[in-house]
Design a protein around this ligand. Structure first.
Ligand SMILES: [Zn+2]
Length: 331
């Protein structure tokens, strides 16, 4: 005894090589045609059956894992033919009918995939409960100071809500919903006030539970993932947890050394510049970088020496004296 083979490709009227988009398009077209709510009287029952078949075919072909499993059966089966001991069925898991439980899917489906209806279409077999809405990702640009100290920001993002006109069913009385085009969901732009914790970095992902898309299956909403992007900073360059900034010195400061004020994320600090420093040399302010995995990065102060363009007569005289002293020549 076997169960009747279902040709899902034939059901959707597509080629065995159809891609995801073609499958979806074919499904939508047929679902619109056969939606039970669009039929009445005698036709209704036939539509219901057809609609079930279409949904089952789509359930399998739209899921890469299920499709691969199904495709392994090969194309030699004719629609409705008894599906007994198929060739090359290694790796398949068969379910007895009592184990599978008959639901909205055909015996053939239950045999191949167990009682895996929409509620546990993907992932582990023992996952239960209604399907959660989709997770959504969005980016948020913040300043380095906000990343370091934490901040409260207003976040705008695009999500998908169940269609307010048809409530997600895709149809409205006897016609397909014009608002969502029969898809059941619409794009929505939302705004949220979000707390950015101190110590986030470029690329940090922050999860906002239950702020994602609404579920079309009565489950909870998906989550929203906020990806942190740092705006370029006028003073600091960021390299993972380290910061770098430039310090411009006058020639005599570079020669003689100095105590200078340097800007850090924690405010201004005094830094000692050793005598005889060169352009390009980097001085390290330990622990003045960003917090990262429990430690703190450093701040590197890159030295640049500025040659003054306008000098007083007195300064010029001293430079000439210096020239004589250091090179023994008068300039
Ligand atoms: Zn709608």
């Amino acid at each position: 005894m076997g169960v009747a083979y279902q040709d899902y490709y034939q059901t959707l009227g597509i080629d065995r090589k159809a891609n995801e988009k073609e499958i979806k398009a074919a499904y939508r077209k047929l679902a619109r045609k056969w939606h039970p709510d669009l039929h009445s009287g005698k036709e209704k029952q036939a539509a219901e059956e057809e609609f079930k078949k279409i949904n089952e075919a789509y359930e399998v072909l739209s899921d890469p894992e299920k499709r691969a499993k199904y495709d392994q059966l090969g194309s030699n089966w004719r629609n409705g033919e008894d599906f007994g001991t198929p060739p090359d069925m290694e790796g398949f898991r068969f379910y007895s009918n009592s184990e599978a439980g008959m639901g909205d899917f055909s015996e053939f489906f239950e045999t191949l995939f167990g009682g895996a209806g929409f509620g546990r279409a993907k992932g582990t077999a023992n996952r239960t409960g209604p399907i959660k809405g989709q997770n959504i990702e969005t980016e948020l640009q913040i300043s380095l100071e906000e990343a370091y100290h934490g901040a409260e920001k207003s976040l705008q993002f695009t999500t998908r809500d169940l269609c307010p006109v048809c409530g997600g069913s895709g149809h409205n009385r006897n016609s397909f919903c014009g608002r969502c085009n029969g898809i059941g969901e619409v794009q929505a732009i939302k705004s949220l006030s979000v707390k950015i914790p101190a110590g986030v970095h470029e690329g940090s992902r922050i999860r906002l539970k239950g702020q994602g898309a609404e579920s079309g299956y009565g489950g909870p909403k998906g989550d929203l993932y906020m990806i942190i992007r740092l705006k370029p900073h006028p003073v600091f360059a960021v390299n993972k947890a380290d910061l770098e900034n430039e310090l411009v010195l006058r020639p005599e400061q570079a020669v003689l050394g100095d105590q200078v004020q340097v800007k850090t994320l924690d405010g201004t600090v005094t830094m000692k510049v050793p005598p005889g420093i060169h352009t390009g040399k980097r001085l390290r302010l330990k622990g003045k970088g960003l917090s990262y995995k429990g430690t703190r990065g450093d701040q590197y102060v890159r030295i640049s020496i500025d040659i003054p363009g306008n000098i007083t007569e007195e300064e010029e005289r001293l430079y000439r004296e210096l020239a004589v002293l250091s090179r023994g020549v008068k300039v």
